[in-house]
Design a protein around this ligand. Structure first.
Ligand code: SAT
Ligand code: MN
Length: 596
């Protein structure tokens, strides 16, 4: 097992508090995985899909109250409130631990406590970090096995070293003889997804779903890692990583930060529509970027799987993902067909006449209800992706040439623009975001929710300090070694609410310009907001797009941008005196350029 005394002590201390019936150390083997899956099928917690349609695949249905990350129950409990900043929920760490200890007391009665040693990043890579998750959910175990490298090998590499302790409970103890439900969890007001940044510790209680429970992902690889990255001089980011190859065989690596539901997974494995170009995936959600000896930023994907949104995934939107999830995949909250396959809205073909919906009820097409939950997910091994780049597990990482940022903006922000320099690129990152479309608070529709580098829900410290950290990165190397920063917007609409850009595989046309710009090529004009491609700099061969639509996509409206400036100034107020001086200068400079 392990001789790591700190680990042994922590496991026994947590077991004393949670009082599980058993403690089980996961070894990560195939045999163990099958045993857990079979046990869950026998208990009615999971359904094995038809092996002729979806070999090695299982369907889980969560409790309707436990279907997504819960941002209002997610806490950054730094010692000082100021360090959590205005965009995180804060509770004093001593008070929070007291509260949570009461909940954890006896919370695993009638259950097993699984010990999951896991590595974020390839096992043994100097860029990787080790965590240990304790959980009473076997669903979490089988998901963590896909999303991270886990088991005995990790303990071997850990030795007596440091790990991030991650405690998780679904918060549903079982009394003697009590019958279990299919997705036990705690009520919303008892759910806590807590981070103790100074201690590098995670305590999660009450939810079994996604980022609330698979603690290696958002909790560790983003919230805790962002604090480690700040202290150690690197970047832990909510970014995809892709490799792009031109027709001559030249390769470059690009990362991209986009808020949820902007197509990160689709972009990372896109099939280009321009002949001779190729895109391969390295990661679809998280990038850790550190300086190499040559002064360039190298990225690794700390994860080993994709936890993607199923609805909307189709042969049109993402054929490579459809292949990836054809086997050895865990599906959560999708609909089940009568022949043991899965279906979801936007899968690309009509629903059959009968399904069992995500809540386990009969469903027919005229019911007017969704058959799968909008946040239904697949958990699938990255290695199964037909276009996974061969170096995706290279412990050194891959050198990054360009960083993309973007969101959903139906107007104002053009298809693409490039920053003048690093600081201007950080400014662009600080103002990115999406227009609110279907908000429950109707007043907010049409407003922009700014989400700097798509990290708003995932930064483990003050967002103002985070932006300053991005600015400081420039001082660590020569500026010509840094990636170029580009702001893309696939989501522009015309006056009739029609998309102006075809998207999907045609996004490769924009990536081609990015590729050229990082090679000192690609025609550009200087505009008040940054460099933009000339009209003929975007390859539109074989694309059916009108000259006027293209002009619309590649131009800016100064009046709209002056309004944008006002809205940015308003947004910046929330940082108070933590707003980096450089960003204050940037907004003034932008306003001046717009007036010139
Ligand atoms: O549930 S996760 O946090 O892993 C996915 C997401 O919400 O982006
Ligand atoms: Mn994400």
């Amino acid at each position: 097992m392990t001789t790591n005394q700190k680990l042994l002590n922590w496991v026994s201390e947590m077991a004393d508090m949670c009082e599980p019936d058993k403690i089980y150390w996961c070894n990560g083997s195939e045999e163990e995985n099958h045993r857990f899956l079979n046990e869950m099928v026998e208990k009615g917690l999971a359904i094995e899909l038809n092996p002729e349609k979806k070999p090695g695949c299982y369907l889980f249905r969560s409790d309707p109250s436990d279907v997504a990350r819960v941002e209002n129950r997610t806490f950054v409990a730094s010692k000082n409130e100021e360090d959590a900043g205005p965009t995180n929920n804060w509770i004093d760490p001593i008070e929070l631990k007291d509260k949570m200890k009461k909940l954890y007391k006896g919370c695993m009665k009638g259950r097993t406590m699984y010990v999951i040693p896991f590595s974020m990043g390839p096992i043994g890579s100097p860029a990787s970090k080790i965590g240990v998750e304790l959980t009473d959910s076997p669903y979490v175990v089988v998901n963590m096995r896909i999303m991270a490298r886990m088991g005995k090998e990790v303990l071997d590499v850990l030795g007596d070293g440091e790990f991030v302790p991650c405690l998780h409970s679904i918060g549903a103890p079982l009394a003697d003889g009590e019958k279990d439900s299919t997705w036990p969890c705690a009520p919303i007001e008892e759910k806590y997804i807590s981070h103790f940044p100074e201690e590098r510790t995670i305590w999660s209680y009450g939810s079994g779903y996604g980022g609330n429970a698979l603690l290696g992902k958002k909790c560790f690889a983003l919230r805790i890692a962002s604090v480690q990255a700040r202290d150690e001089g690197w970047l832990a980011e909510h970014m995809l990583i892709l490799r792009i190859t031109d027709p001559k065989g030249n390769k470059k690596y690009i990362t991209g930060a986009f808020p949820s539901a902007c197509g990160k997974t689709n972009l990372s494995m896109l099939i280009p529509t321009i002949p001779g170009w190729k895109i391969e995936a390295i990661g679809d959600d998280i990038a850790w970027m550190k300086f190499g000896e040559d002064g360039r930023l190298y990225a690794i994907n700390p994860e080993a799987g994709f936890f993607g949104v199923a609805p909307g995934t189709s042969l049109k939107s993402n054929p490579n993902a459809m292949t990836t999830i054809g086997k050895n995949t865990i599906y959560t909250n999708v609909a089940l067909t009568d022949d043991g396959d899965v279906w979801w809205e936007g899968i690309g073909y009509d629903a059959p006449n009968h399904l069992v919906d995500w809540q386990g009820n009969d469903w027919t097409p005229n019911d007017g209800r969704l058959a799968s939950h909008p946040n239904a997910r697949f958990t699938t091994p990255a290695a199964q992706c037909p276009v996974i780049a061969p170096e995706w597990e290279d412990p050194k990482g891959v050198p990054i040439s360009a960083i993309l940022i973007g969101g959903r903006r139906p107007h104002t922000v053009p298809l693409i623009h490039e920053s003048f320099d690093w600081a201007h690129g950080v400014f662009m990152g600080s103002i990115m975001g999406s227009e609110i479309t279907a908000a429950s608070i109707s007043n907010d529709i049409g407003k922009v929710r700014r989400d700097p580098f798509a990290m708003l829900p995932f930064c483990g410290y003050h967002m103002g300090d985070y932006l300053q950290h991005w600015l400081d990165i420039e001082k660590k190397t020569n500026s010509d070694k840094l990636p170029k920063i580009f702001y893309v917007n696939w989501f522009l609409k015309d006056e009739n609410n029609k998309w102006l850009w075809p998207g999907y595989g045609d996004n490769s046309r924009v990536l081609k310009w990015v590729f050229e710009r990082t090679s000192g090529e690609g025609d550009a004009v200087k505009t008040p907001i940054g460099y933009m491609p000339t009209l003929d700099a975007i390859d539109t061969d074989g694309l059916n797009i009108s000259e006027s639509d293209l002009k619309h996509l590649l131009s800016i409206d100064k009046d709209k941008w002056l309004k944008e400036v006002e809205s940015i100034k308003e947004d910046y107020k929330k940082y108070g005196d933590k707003l980096p001086k450089e960003l204050e200068k940037q907004i003034i400079a932008l306003e001046k350029r717009l007036h010139d």
